[in-house]
Design a protein around this ligand. Structure first.
Ligand SMILES: [Zn+2]
Length: 129
């Protein structure tokens, strides 16, 4: 199996199942009727296609509290820490070098994450106006 095959939906699907478990746990903890929106922070290096994740998510949600929920993906910046000059800088997926001294001895601070940032719920109280 090629890890570089970017249109492979299996990866996104298994990520979605993990994500959905977290979302359902939060919804249950808040005794929500349904999940309205799920916001996920994705780093450009996470290897996730936002569009694939969105479609895989809507499939995973079927028959759960999160059915029909909108998945919003927020792309995060790549940040690196330079071991040579000790400064942080923004980087791109194709160039992770230090912006200050140009050295490649950098460590990734963020940019490869897939984090559940926020879950918007609809509770019984909010439905009854
Ligand atoms: Zn540097």
């Amino acid at each position: 199996m090629s890890g570089l095959h970017r249109t492979q939906p299996v990866h996104e699907l298994s990520l979605c199942q993990d994500l959905l478990e977290q979302v359902i746990a939060i919804a249950r903890a808040h005794q929500a009727e349904k999940v309205v929106r799920v916001i996920v922070n994705i780093g450009p290096l996470a290897g996730v296609e936002p569009l694939l994740l969105e479609s895989a998510f809507s499939v995973s949600c079927e028959g759960t509290l999160a059915e029909g929920a909108e998945l919003v993906t927020a792309l995060q910046a790549i940040r690196v820490y330079c071991d040579v000059c000790g400064l942080e800088s923004e980087a791109t997926a194709s160039d992770l070098s230090c912006r200050h001294c140009g050295d490649f001895a950098t460590r990734l601070l963020s940019g490869d994450e897939l984090i559940l940032a926020r879950v918007e719920l609809e509770s019984v109280e909010e439905v009854r106006h």
